[in-house]
Design a protein around this ligand. Sequence first.
Ligand code: ZN
Length: 278
Amino acid sequence: MLRQVADGVLIHESEFVQSNAVVVHGRAGVLLIDPGVQDHEMACLANDLSDSGQTVVAGFSTHPDWDHLLWHAELGAAPRYGTARCAATVRDQLSDPGAKARIAAHLLETEIAGQVPLDLLGLITALPAGTARIPWDGPRVRIIEHQAHAPGHAALFIEERGVLVAGDMLSDVLVPMLDLDGAADPIEDYLAALRLLEGVAGDVDVVVPGHGSVGGADQVRARIELDRAYVLALREGQVPGDPRIGPSAKPGWEWVSDVHDGQARRLARRNERDATPG
Ligand SMILES: [Zn+2]
């Protein structure tokens, strides 16, 4: 079911990790951002769109993680854009013939095993590096690319609607998840990305995270501050007093504490390594 969050902007929420697909109405059809996860959910979305006489004229994946790279045949054959860096990362991942099998194996350990269609995964059209807006016939959608959660991660700012689509940042349920594999300085990258989002925060009425609840104008700066405090605590090797982890985590989200423990451990190892001479 589609839910309107601003004039001409609707979201479709997945049962899986509260993933948000975003639909933006344009003149000749819709832009679909991070289409969804499970087969029946994307089919339902395709149905809702065709019932209201809409076709998908463009897609966009905010970053190269499998849960943001999916597609359903019934959504049609529109170009599915991503930043150049996102597209290159996906191409790289999929050049390994075992990549999809590994995703499928990982999914076997989740409650959505067998529910995720992988055949159209990752068919991303690269936008030239530095592209400022999504090329489509609809409200202007600014691309705010940064290095934070994943290579080529992009937030989208639908200026005329005051909607910030944050990708996997600014969530009320997930703590910042740093790119500990790819980045030379994941902490500084994340802080720089938050500053970029802060640069538009004054014009944002609605923030849509990749996972979690949609927030209003008052939530934008609050979530930026919460994410920054978390990252700064990680940097200092402190235990962050963050409502998303520990006993205050929402029911069903207790595993986020494990995500936190894992990245705190990896960062500590990284710091030790960097401090070792030679
Ligand atoms: Zn995600």
